[in-house]
Design a protein around this ligand. Structure first.
Ligand SMILES: [Mg+2]
Length: 269
């Protein structure tokens, strides 16, 4: 396995390319995993280094399964780009923007949540309405595997929920509009929109795999050099390491890595 800190020379080479972009996931990457999403906090050190990097890089963006407004509230750094709901929502100049075909899904999401209400009788399950998507959390269940099964059964039995795109994450199941668009397409949009020549993506979970692949697509198809960095944890998806160039060990290591990046950015500017 390729530990990022053993390959800083290679990463340094890529960092020289301009415009350069840093794009990161939030939960499990710059914010330690918490019992509930509301309790999660972005690491103050990560926030500090991201803020420094914002002054030196063409693009610093965060992309999360959370709504874009929530991501913005968790980070609050001027000049940073906030993308929410797995790439389907973007916070631009004080408001959220969605593709037209996605906006209408908030009604379908509400009806699906209604049909899934009986799940709430299982202790530890909560359903989060995120507007154009929803997330069913089961981290707090006594028997998470059993809870996951019950949730999947309930989704199959619900006409509204089963019409949606389902993503099984760590201790959570997401319901999304059945349209094209994920973290990967959002990243390709950013790379093209900012004409990035280099970039780094940091992520730790199932939906980040689309993002890792997008980085590799850009390396192949555009004049772009970049790296996909996976954050290791006991809960990470099995195929994560096969999809990344380098790894880091948890949020503490991300803090160290962002510190190194901001020092490099300061020195070269
Ligand atoms: Mg994550």
């Amino acid at each position: 396995m390729s530990y990022a800190f053993n390959h800083l020379d290679l990463i340094k080479e890529a960092l020289k390319r301009t415009p350069f972009g840093l794009i990161t996931d939030v939960d499990g990457t710059i914010s330690p995993t918490a019992p509930t999403p509301q309790q999660a906090k972005v690491s103050p050190l990560c926030r500090q280094y991201l803020s420094t990097l914002c002054h030196h890089l063409a693009l610093v963006a965060v992309i999360s399964g959370r709504p874009a407004t929530e991501v913005r509230d968790m980070i609050r750094i001027d000049g940073m780009i906030f993308i929410g709901n797995h790439g389907l929502e973007r916070w631009v100049k004080g408001h959220s923007e969605f593709p037209q075909n996605v906006q209408d899904y908030s009604r379908v999401i509400k009806s699906a949540i209604k049909e899934l209400t009986p799940l709430l009788s299982i202790e530890g399950i909560s359903i989060e309405d995120k507007g154009i998507t929803a997330t069913i959390h089961y981290r707090l269940c006594g028997e998470p595997q059993l809870a996951e099964k019950e949730i999947m059964h309930a989704i199959e039995a619900s006409s509204k929920a089963s019409s949606l795109r389902i993503i099984r994450q760590r201790m959570a199941i997401d319901l999304l509009p059945p349209v094209k668009g994920n973290k990967g397409t959002a990243i390709l949009d950013l790379i093209q929109g900012y004409n990035l020549q280099g970039g780094i993506y940091l992520g730790d979970d199932v939906t980040d795999i689309d993002a890792f692949r997008a980085i590799h697509t850009a390396c192949r198809d555009f004049n772009f050099q970049g790296f996909a960095i996976g954050i290791l944890s006991p809960e990470m998806p099995e195929n994560l390491t096969a999809e990344v160039d380098f790894t880091l060990n948890g949020v503490n290591d991300v803090e160290r890595f962002l510190k190194w990046m901001s020092q490099e950015a300061l020195e070269s500017s």
